[in-house]
Design a protein. Sequence first.
Length: 461
Amino acid sequence: MSDSTNGDGTESESESTHADVVTAFLRHRGEILLLRRSDAVGTYTGRWGGVSGFAEGDPDAQVRTEIHEETGLSDAEIDLVRSGRSVSVTDPDLDREWTVHPYLFDADSRDVTLSAEHDALEWTPPTTICIDPDRQTVPALWTAYERVAPTVRSITADDEHGAAALSIRALEVLRDRAGLVVAERTDSGDGDNADQHVDANAEEEWAELTALAERLLEARPSMAVLRNRVNRAMATAIEDLDAEAAPDAQVVLESTLAGIDRAITADDDAGATAADAIDGAVLTLSRSGTVVDALRAGAPSRVFVAESRPALEGVDIAEELSAGAVDCPVTLHTDAAAAHVLATESIDRVLVGADTIRHDGAVVNKTGTRAVAIAAAHEDIPVTVVAATDKTSTREEVALESAARDAVYDGDAAVDVLNPTFDITPADCVTAFATEQGLLAPAEIGGIAENLRALESWRDH
């Protein structure tokens, strides 16, 4: 919480017994930014919190002002993920009631500049808020975080982010719950002595977390990477246990923390593999963070981007690339023109992401990928799919999601509407997969699927 500010930007004690404040959690690579309040502030000196300040007027506008003032990050370097229901906090020692308006933003980097209001910063998993006994925080910080933290529902409803990003969100959901269970156990006294933590408690914790994992597994049925990464976290939690033993929340917390780090590294390495393969002009479509990273790290001579209707995420990619992500011309074109562009322009490679890779090497991706790949094969242009191996499906069939009917047609005529979100590109139209294991041929995907299938055995524990 912040007090009112003096003319020099520091804070002074407010006489009001009630105040509305904003608190922003900045997230980067699965961790959030915590700031320690300096002796320049009037309340909660030495305690840790998010970016905070008085909500003077519109909280939605004020929170961006506070982020810029307290971290130096501009609007262009942060993306609002969500705002949450306000939290009411009464502090009898201060005779003060706070109404906290929480926000979650994704930050492009960790390069922040502290203002005088804080004397230390740390990027850390949010679970340290509730489980670190040595970290004193401002009141209700964990409650405020929970109001904006990812949930099964938010993952299911997310139509803006790709499969890799949502898989990490799923691990965050599992991590956050495991951390809270650990904190609740410690608060109750069970954590004071590990020998006193009886098997019954572990079984209850495991039952709760497996139920959550099961919900996450089906949150986005077309996204194999989400299932594989949740399966790996749960399988890792039991790999060193006896068959009859139940893992507790602590080991699930550790496995999800490690899983998030592993997932981010795998996605980075897949992008690096693709960057090394970029040679000349590239055509892409849809929105893939891994593809953007590969283009940023590579040296394309030109980038062609299909608009990717109906959400037009290709337009966002073209804008991002042309704003300085690549040092070359960027050309945006309609989806329908993709085959024509491949036939008439000097394009050296098609580079696309994948929501899912089938066990036979076929690729599930944003609708339009199949048409582009077939057209590229006709023009003898190589097609490289950028994806961590975790995107390989272990299932025989892959569910394909559809988008809203009215995104295509909202008139009154008696016509059927098809608006598939994904299509399937045959394996024989894919030249190679750029993965964290290097470039793989479609024929090598079957072995990857077998290894991932073994991770599913945790459900029999």
